[in-house]
Design a protein around this ligand. Structure first.
Ligand code: MG
Length: 350
């Protein structure tokens, strides 16, 4: 098998900010796209390295350079390919996810089946996805809520002194939509119960994601006992092992391929979560349709979807996930069902 990759410079429709990162006005984002070729077929993968998980374009590049020589010649030998990569790059799940996703796309094409069908899933069971509104000034947030009129569920990033004003504005513009809230670790044990008791009933919050930092879970059983809404782990849950640590502290987990290391690990996390009585959200980073279509293959196994990363891009280079108004439609084409859009301008940066 032959692995090649390039950086694609993409642009967001709006700057995107969350509580745990410094604010930025940049709309440019470089995304490593990888391609694995074998027997006349090619599979696509995408790495979305997160700085808060100690990964970068540089760490992806270094890992890919080495990983290219570790693929062997059997695209269906997932464990034989991926296990040595986990041993060699245990801190680079975004890179391993890109390889895992490209192998699934390739294997689906070789088998002549969409990945979800190969897995025996029923595409009609996929729940609708939320649309995420990042941290911003009130005018911009209001504009984004209006632009998201077609999406039936909103996920609002909070974790600033403006949380009340933001949620109040969103609620008045979207009086009937389910609202999900993500604090990205911004709240603290000392007042998380008080904050949840204040915000969740007042703004009719459907679920609350990662209120306190990873490892700071002491107050969460009390929050759960208050019965306000489901509490979902994101930054606290990277791996199948983390899932067990979430039991008792959270009601569900948010699985992202770039965070956990790909489709194969995500499946393991789903099985562990189900066995432990936890609900499952499938989420994403800001990604092209490659990453979103990959996660969407598992959508029929999720309770909640947050697969909107490609919708935040102005120039997604692929098409893969159909559907309108938040409804995910899985392709019947083999693999991930991706098609590449023609390259416009000079998006390719290498
Ligand atoms: Mg989150």
């Amino acid at each position: 098998m032959k692995l090649t990759w390039h950086l694609r410079r993409l642009h967001l429709r709006h700057p995107f900010n969350i509580a745990s990162l410094p604010r930025t006005n940049s709309v440019a984002k470089d995304i490593p796209l990888i391609r694995i070729e074998h027997a006349g077929h090619a599979g696509w993968g995408e790495a979305s390295p997160a700085s808060y998980y100690n990964q970068s374009i540089e760490s992806v590049a270094a890992a890919l350079q080495e990983a290219a020589g570790m693929l062997g010649n059997d695209p269906l030998a997932f464990d034989s390919i991926l296990d040595p990569m986990w041993e060699r790059f245990p801190d680079q799940p975004a890179t391993i996810s890109a390889i895992d996703v490209a192998l699934h796309d390739l294997a689906g094409k070789l088998l002549g089946l969409p990945v979800w069908k190969w897995f025996g899933l029923d595409a009609r069971r996929a729940p609708p996805t939320s649309f995420t509104i990042g941290i911003d000034d009130l005018d911009t947030i209001s504009q984004k809520v209006r632009e998201a009129a077609d999406y039936p569920i909103l996920k609002i990033k909070v974790g600033t002194p403006d949380d009340d004003r933001v949620l109040s504005a969103v609620r008045s513009l979207a009086p009937d939509k389910p609202l999900r809230v993500d604090a990205n670790c911004a709240w603290r044990s000392a007042d998380v119960l008080e904050r949840c008791r204040h915000f969740i009933p007042r703004y009719r919050i459907e679920l609350m994601e990662q209120p306190t930092p990873r490892g700071e879970h002491a107050a969460l059983p009390q929050v759960r006992a208050a019965g306000l809404c489901p509490i979902v782990a994101d930054e606290s849950c990277h791996s199948p092992e983390d899932v067990l640590d979430c039991v008792g502290n959270f009601d569900g987990i948010n699985i992202k391929l770039s965070k956990c290391g790909g489709i194969r690990r995500a499946m393991r996390m789903i099985h562990v979560a189900r066995a432990a009585g936890l609900k499952v959200m499938l989420g994403c980073m800001i990604e092209t349709s490659v990453g979103i279509a990959a996660a969407a293959q598992l959508a029929p196994l999720a309770d909640w979807l947050d697969l909107d990363g490609h919708l935040l891009l102005a120039d997604d280079p692929f098409e893969g996930v159909g559907g309108e108004r938040g409804r995910i439609t899985l392709s019947h084409e083999p693999g991930l069902g991706l098609s590449e859009r023609p390259l416009r301008n000079a998006q390719r940066t290498d």
